[in-house]
Write a protein that binds this ligand. Sequence first.
Ligand SMILES: Nc1ncnc2c1ncn2[C@@H]1O[C@H](COP(=O)(O)OP(=O)(O)OP(=O)(O)O)[C@@H](O)[C@H]1O
Length: 686
Amino acid sequence: MEENSPDKAFRDMKVLKQSQSIIVSGESGAGKTESTKYILRYLCESWGTGAGPIEQRILEANPVLEAFGNAKTTRNNNSSRFGKFIEIHFSDKCAVVGGHISHYLLEKSRICLQSPEERNYHIFYQLCAGAPDSIRNKLKLGNPDEFQYLKNGCTRYFASSATDTNVPADRKSRAHRQKGPLKDPLLEDGRDFATTDKALHHLGIKEEDRFAIYSAVAAVLHLGNIIFEERPDDSRGGSQVAASSEPTVKLVSALLGLDPDDLKHALVSRVMQATKGGVKGTVIMVPLKVYEASNARDALAKAIYSRLFDYIVNRINKSIPFQSSSYYIGVLDIAGFEYFTVNSFEQFCINYCNEKLQQFFNERLLREEQHLYEKEGLGVSKIPYVDNQDCIDLIEYKNTGIFTLLDEESKLPKPSHTHFTSVVHGQHSSHFRLDLPRKSKLRDHREIRDDEGFMIRHFAGAVCYQTAKFIEKNNDALHGSLEGLILESENKFIRSLFGNGGDTGPKGKLTFISVGNKFKTQLSELMEKLRSTGTNFIRCIKPNIKMVDHQFEGGIILSQLQCSGMTSVLQLMQEGFPSRAPFSDLYAMYKQYLPPQLARLDPRMFCKALFKALGLNDNDFKFGLTKVFFRPGKFAEFDQIMKSDPENLKILVAKVKFWLIKSRWRKVMWGALSVIKRKCQRLLPD
Ligand SMILES: Nc1ncnc2c1ncn2[C@@H]1O[C@H](COP(=O)(O)OP(=O)(O)OP(=O)(O)O)[C@@H](O)[C@H]1O
């Protein structure tokens, strides 16, 4: 991490009177979130009123966001599974006045299923391990083995050897009892519940609402335990809730404020409005097969949890309000480029986002820089970089982009991922960025059928996407019966989670709400914001994949630098002039150090005189039309000389004067010589 980025952003905001953004990027586990926390702490503690209530709340937001939005993955014990843009707002005096958080793409699939070494969101384990008995008993929480939504992943808690004994044995899973706790210096589920609870309290969330939040989390867990079986009397393959799940249905209904029979009914059937035959608009109930009912249950769990996450972010925002602000510094912490053996809709969205951010990075650091060199006539040779606009168009273009094709497929009466995939290939058969999976260099990917996936050549490498779940994951709508049911919940809190979401639309009417489209819109708003601010980039580099300290693996570090475009930037910095200042700024900065007869010079002459007098090496700087440009590190050297002790300054002034006299003398000499030369030419016979 560049050491002074937040400080630079703050100084730029103050001097240039312009809002700033800091884009923190890097792959999972590289340190984006930790860096973001340092930045926020630095800004709040340096420029807040000694971390007063507002600043404190901005900082308190972190444990809450992490509890509900972070999870253990194979690459990071505390991986943020959502993106965020945190704005710290400042008054015209540059003091912190408030903040705002926007969040993007919470990973929903994790709520219902995790791979064996990974976990669900931390809050589930915090509740099971650390909530007091009074809460756990009311919410009927046991150990992670008791829940379908936890038991397929890693069920161990985080704790140290010393603190592991604080958690009673009956709260621990079998794997935990056998293998002991997971270890991480920053995480401890038993203790972290209290931290989350305290942070929620500090954000102004009362005990009653905190309990409502925990009840919603518990409802999600119990919901996952409802299982379905085929109805023996139904020839159409309909399903019913298994008898063994009856108590769970009762419990979930109580937690969600629903009638158990209504819940059962809504889970195993779907309302449809007839569009033909009979009376148009007649509502008919379609029975769901076992796998469809299970999907409906999972969709409900994901909807509750993601709405809960929206609610929590909203509450955080309410706790850090600001009436008016003059500027802000926004910090973007969003997942970096991802590629796995199986890549689905989540990777597609995040890689699309990274294409946009990379384009922005190229624009700001490579294109604009080189354009400036050209405009100022510096004659620096061109550094090539790849323009990825074609890849962005392939994904987001209005009529034929992959997002649009996916939305169109979803609106068909019988959407199918194979049809969608074929349309993508058909539409872009000769696109350089798109190819069939069998063209992949990886064997696993070559085995994907032509109509089940596509490969995109991203700026950071080719990725094969499997389209099997694209249609389902791109749809945020609950099916009609569930939506209608939940909107009529007797639990005010649950109703409020769903009630005023602009996304839901009229009750039970919408069958499709596009996730891709929402993300595209959010991202374009974010890009607009970034473009209107001064930008600072922090590139986090992961030193090794083992999650251990002080171990640097050259190969993986180099590939991260290449993927993020850093090698091109470094080349540009090496051959270019990364620091620069307009003549007038330098003049204004240093004239106070120099005597009046020098301060009277025009800014360009002043700078020339200064540089010559200092005896700076001609290779270390270049004079453009309006600015002077410095080689890396040379501006700092120059600044140090200028601000050094008075004795040194006296010598310097004498040198400047001497240079000026010499150059004026030379000018006069040249003038006189030219006159003499011309006169001589006239006097001499042809
Ligand atoms: N500056 C740091 N000092 C000490 N440890 C750090 C630092 N930055 C990161 N780490 C360690 O690396 C882990 C991963 O960092 P972090 O969660 O910030 O990664 P990330 O890039 O945000 O990953 P993800 O995209 O998965 O959220 C941290 O939990 C911590 O153990």
